[in-house]
Design a binder for this molecule. Structure first.
Ligand SMILES: NC(=O)c1ccc[n+]([C@@H]2O[C@H](COP(=O)([O-])OP(=O)(O)OC[C@H]3O[C@@H](n4cnc5c(N)ncnc54)[C@H](O)[C@@H]3O)[C@@H](O)[C@H]2O)c1
Length: 368
């Protein structure tokens, strides 16, 4: 059993800094030995009137060069919090050096990266956990519990929407402003739904884009929507929009099962988000019934509930460190899970480039 856990973070922006601080609250004997960022101001300058991270962690070594950090430091855990399109390389380097990795999502930006990372994972003595915090939201856990107890039956049609006008972040994080395809940011949506399809894979996709109507910038896709089918003929619909004038909340999900139905609709104006279900299998639940839960995990003490993700980040870190110390991988969102929830968005983007043509989805483990 590992005693002290030496952690390093690459990318100490908004999320990297947050997870670094939370890691120390989550488990005992966590030693933050090093961080790396190409922009040292994120380490040395104060954010939002708080002490700079360099002062909060005076014994932690700062590096601008990732290789140098890996060469100089003895690291048990690498937390990858670089921008969304550059996770895989850092993860693979960590795994190649038998360093356990917790990476933000999406894991990969193309199929070649998925293959490379899958290979690195297979050869490594360490493990990677996908930092898919939406999988840990309270209402997703409730949805999963309904499913596991058979109250939804077999899911045959599932939906997710991620509607978030992120133009307010363009100045602070310019990498977000360069257009791109929102459908590729699919892990928050597909991750939770794929928990209900453990023995099935998304295999085909047709996706279309609206193009740029709202701002009209080159390469922008205001909204994209994709239909996936699985090998067991389940249909999954996913819509993503990061440039819009919709003032609704961000995340909605619907599950149509053979024995019941679940939905979580995001907030609408002054109407809060709601999770509802009905089931033929539970006495008294044949009508749509509201569940008293949203993102917040009710089992966690107040001090662990950050105001953004309702404790989901805490659960992620807790499960990761617990797996590392106990060897029990049951709660780990694996490398395979991470690729399963990342790759379909990439193939959806390819379909959109081809005007909605149906594209086959393949996975690195298909060859095995
Ligand atoms: N899971 C969630 O709820 C959630 C929420 C927000 C963001 N994210 C994800 O978290 C990640 C980080 O997002 P953020 O909002 O913290 O962005 P950010 O821009 O604030 O932080 C990214 C950091 O990475 C650094 N960086 C860039 N290239 C680097 C390199 N080559 N080597 C070392 N450092 C490098 C940047 O200087 C910056 O400090 C992204 O992948 C984003 O999609 C996840």
């Amino acid at each position: 059993m590992m005693n002290e856990i030496r952690i390093a973070v690459v990318g100490v922006g908004r999320r990297g800094g947050h997870l670094l601080e939370l890691a120390l609250k989550t488990a005992e004997k966590i030693n933050p030995v090093a961080v790396c960022d190409i922009d040292d101001s994120h380490w040395y300058k104060s954010m939002k009137d708080q002490l700079p991270l360099s002062e909060k962690f005076p014994d932690t070594h700062f590096y601008e060069d990732f290789q140098k950090m890996l060469n100089n430091e003895k690291i048990d855990v690498l937390i990858v919090e670089t921008p969304a399109s550059i996770h895989a390389g850092f993860c693979a380097e960590g795994l190649q050096r038998n360093i356990n990795v917790l990476s933000d999502i999406p894991l990969v930006r193309n199929y070649a990266e998925a293959e490379m990372l899958w290979e690195a994972g297979r050869k490594s003595q360490a493990f990677l956990m996908t930092g898919a915090n939406p999988n840990e939201w309270g209402f997703i856990e409730a949805m999963y519990d309904l499913y596991q107890k058979g109250l939804l039956g077999k899911p045959f049609y599932l939906e997710a929407e991620y509607i978030h006008d992120i133009r307010y972040l363009w100045q602070a994080t310019p990498w977000r402003s360069k257009g791109g395809q929102p459908i590729k940011y699919c892990t928050h949506s597909l991750g939770p739904l794929l928990r209900l399809l453990p023995d099935d894979e998304l295999r085909k996709v047709s996706c279309v884009s609206t193009g740029a109507h709202v701002v009209g910038g080159e390469g922008q896709n205001d909204l994209m929507t994709a239909h996936f089918t699985t090998q067991k003929n389940v249909v999954v619909r996913f819509t993503a929009s990061f440039i819009n004038e919709a003032k609704c909340g961000l995340h909605s999900y619907r599950v149509f099962g053979t024995e019941g139905y679940f939905e979580r609709l995001s907030d609408r104006g002054h109407y809060p988000a709601r999770s509802m279900f009905n089931s033929k299998k539970l006495y008294g639940a044949s009508k749509l019934t509201e569940l008293p839960i949203d993102t917040t995990r009710p089992e966690l003490p107040e001090s662990y509930l950050d105001n953004v993700h309702g404790g989901a980040d805490y659960v992620l870190l807790y499960d990761f460190f617990n797996a590392l110390r106990s060897g029990n991988m049951e709660k780990v969102i694996t490398l395979r899970d991470g690729i399963r929830m990342s790759l379909p968005g990439i193939f959806a983007g390819e379909s959109a480039d081809k005007g909605g043509q149906i594209v086959d989805i393949v996975y690195p483990w298909d060859k095995d």
